[in-house]
Design a protein around this ligand. Structure first.
Ligand SMILES: NC(=O)c1ccc[n+]([C@@H]2O[C@H](COP(=O)([O-])OP(=O)(O)OC[C@H]3O[C@@H](n4cnc5c(N)ncnc54)[C@H](OP(=O)(O)O)[C@@H]3O)[C@@H](O)[C@H]2O)c1
Length: 295
């Protein structure tokens, strides 16, 4: 499939582009800046001004729309920019528009979530084949946020705020699967495997980074945080992601190549003793039986 990815340079886009290439798709990656790459065709496009968007969508079978403007200008970018993209997609007769939005977009009538919900409505009303996937916060985004907070004299922690972080690699894989399924005309949710309070989230992060940075208990302000505190940004929709926050921060060691050999009980182990016949019992050291299996 020929697929245009908007937001290809973002937190999620950096996982989605290589995942789609690995699946054998021809990927056209959009950015506002000039870029070069070998596996993908980079195109310049700006959803706020509309420059380059039509050309970017031309001849594409599908669009994965990830571009967003989280700080300032989310209305102009996320809502008006999505309208611009929809009109380019119609012109190009794109058969599937796949949009990523945050969990809670429908429950938090303020700021970025409100604009994301409006953009979802633009997509649902576009008449195009579409799927909307709402996700919880990304490990990679939270990790960056905590790195910034760790630069402060103390990390502010509000234990009453829950998070359900998910890995961008798993979201990328899910998007690949949704593209293969074709447009579902549905809005789906995809969250991480665990809901963690900010205190546990930060504690795990500090442990992983062997940091003793001081933490200070606070109450985070704002309407969005109040909604998050009430659970509006978490989901119990299944399937959930499988990579936990702790696994993302400290990935389990890969199993060694001789895993099977190491797991085979030695001839002298209790597991290999012939039942009921003490004469056939094999005596000797059993060191292989409990050998450590991870390097
Ligand atoms: N981050 C999270 O934890 C999280 C959680 C849930 C849902 N989401 C959703 O996931 C999607 C991807 O988010 P993300 O975190 O990957 O975003 P991000 O890291 O903030 O990246 C934003 C992307 O949007 C592009 N962009 C910004 N303004 C643009 C414009 N005017 N025209 C064209 N492209 C523009 C940027 O590309 P250039 O700068 O290269 O032009 C960049 O690639 C969004 O829909 C977001 O709401 C994110």
């Amino acid at each position: 499939m020929r697929i245009l990815v908007t937001g290809a340079t973002g937190t999620l886009g950096r996982a989605v582009v290589p995942a789609l290439v690995r699946r054998g798709h021809q990927v056209r990656a959009m950015s506002r800046r000039e870029r070069e790459g070998t596996d993908v065709t980079w195109v310049r496009g700006d959803l706020a001004s509309g420059n380059g968007v039509r050309q970017a969508a031309r001849d594409c079978d599908a669009i994965v729309h990830l571009a967003t403007q989280a700080r300032r200008g989310s209305e102009r970018m996320d809502v008006a920019g999505t309208l611009t993209l929809v009109s380019a997609a119609r012109e190009a007769r794109v058969s599937h528009l796949l949009y990523v939005s945050p969990v809670g977009a429908d429950r938090v009538p303020t700021g970025l979530p409100r604009h994301k919900f409006e953009a979802e409505r633009v997509i649902r009303g576009s008449g195009l084949g579409h799927t909307v996937l709402r996700t919880t916060h990304y490990h990679q985004w939270l990790d960056r946020l905590l790195r910034r907070l760790a630069g402060l004299p103390a990390i502010p922690v509000d234990p009453s705020v829950p998070w359900q972080p998910i890995d961008t690699a798993e979201v990328a894989a899910r998007l690949g699967g949704l593209l293969a399924d074709g447009p579902r005309g549905e809005t789906l949710e995809f969250g991480g495997p665990q809901v963690l309070g900010t205190d546990e989230l930060v504690r795990t992060w500090l442990r992983a980074h062997r940091s003793r940075r001081l933490c200070v208990r606070v109450r985070y302000p704002g309407k969005l945080i109040a909604a998050q505190r009430a659970g509006a940004l978490t989901t119990d929709a299944t399937p959930l992601g499988r990579i936990s926050w702790a696994d993302y921060l400290c990935p389990p060691m890969p199993l060694s190549d001789d895993f099977a050999v190491e797991h085979t009980a030695s001839p002298t182990s209790p597991a290999n003793q012939p039942e009921g016949d003490p004469d056939l019992r094999v005596y000797g050291g059993d060191e292989g039986y409990q050998r450590q299996t991870r390097k």
